[in-house]
Design a protein around this ligand. Structure first.
Ligand code: NDP
Length: 284
């Protein structure tokens, strides 16, 4: 879907990645542009890491309102920006650039996207506790999740990662976080309120995530940031174990909302129709 009107004054944004073919962000932003009848366009931008600095420099000159960044650019871009806000600086990665007065300013909306996706379980009738979270992974996405959990006030955050050194480095940023080995992951589930997969395990055509859920309380919320497929092997196992679950597509939709608002001047809404359109787009 593209915007209903694209004139010479159209506001421009896009997503820079390498490769970019599988990004769902163009489908999300162009859906909102069409829905709100905004004169704008959001493009997939396939940029090799060697060309990133030139492209970032050119964006203000080309009239862009901003861009998103995805793999492998989120950390590479840091020294190329005029400023980085406190959230992006704490996470150590930028996923959104907002262009103001001809300069590129970096922020990170992944932590916001993660926490807003699970927010109904933090505040609703069946609200979970914030005593203990078990986070699987210590890569780029896990950094945003760990920041969000610390900001949200989880009393204990156990970070299990295949490369223990990366888990230790991430845990060292937060007083309530502790690193643990990948092999020990199932042993930390006792008393957990929240279990998050932030590894790439479970992605379609990749290995599933194996974890014995026996010790996990049935009230614990289980969420996967992988959204292809929507119901990952971890979520299937959690449903079978009787736990509430949330898929990762909501995180992707929520992380897009602050950027859209900043670039195009309209606060977008996440609706069932949008979810349906985007789930359909990822099947094609
Ligand atoms: P990274 O490459 O930075 O990190 C990958 C993580 O997966 C690392 O923790 C890595 O461990 C772990 N991992 C990979 N293979 C294995 C394995 N065989 N066994 C155990 N652990 C493994 O990727 P990102 O953090 O950027 O992305 C991770 C996933 O999150 C992707 O699937 C991505 O699509 C998804 N994502 C979803 C978002 C959303 O909005 N829902 C937003 C961003 C990402 P190690 O450190 O040891 O290599």
């Amino acid at each position: 879907m593209t915007s209903a009107r694209i004139t010479g004054n159209a506001k421009l944004a896009g997503v820079i990645g390498w490769p970019i073919t599988h990004s769902l962000s163009p489908a999300i932003h162009n859906y909102w542009l069409a829905n709100y009848n905004i004169d704008g366009l959001y493009a997939p931008l396939n940029v090799h890491p060697d060309q990133l600095a030139d492209v970032i420099r050119a964006l203000p000159k080309m009239g862009f309102a901003g861009v998103n960044l995805t793999l492998p650019h989120k950390e590479l871009v840091l020294p190329m920006l005029a400023s980085i806000d406190a959230t992006a600086s704490a996470i150590g990665a930028v996923n959104t650039i907002i262009i103001r007065d001809g300069a590129c300013h970096g922020t990170n909306t992944d932590a916001y996207g993660f926490i807003e996706n699970i927010r109904p379980h933090l505040t609703g009738k069946n609200k979970i506790g914030k005593n203990k979270a078990v986070l699987l992974g210590a890569g780029g996405a896990a950094k945003a999740v760990a920041y969000a959990l610390a900001q949200e006030g989880f009393a204990e955050i156990i970070i299990c990662n295949r490369s223990l050194a990366k888990a230790e480095h991430l845990a060292s940023h937060y007083p309530t976080a502790k690193a643990a080995s990948w092999q020990s992951r199932a042993t930390h589930l006792e008393g957990a309120d929240l279990l998050i997969n932030a590894t790439s395990l479970g992605l379609a055509a990749k290995e599933p995530l194996h974890i014995d859920l026996t010790a996990l309380p049935k009230t614990a919320l289980v969420t996967d940031i992988v959204y292809t497929p929507l119901i990952t092997p971890l979520l299937q196992a959690a449903i079978a174990h009787g736990n509430p679950t949330i898929d990762g597509l909501g995180m992707l939709l929520h992380q897009a909302t602050p950027a859209f608002h900043a670039w195009f001047g309209h606060p977008p809404t996440i609706t069932a129709a949008l979810r349906e359109t985007i789930s359909g787009a990822q099947e094609n």
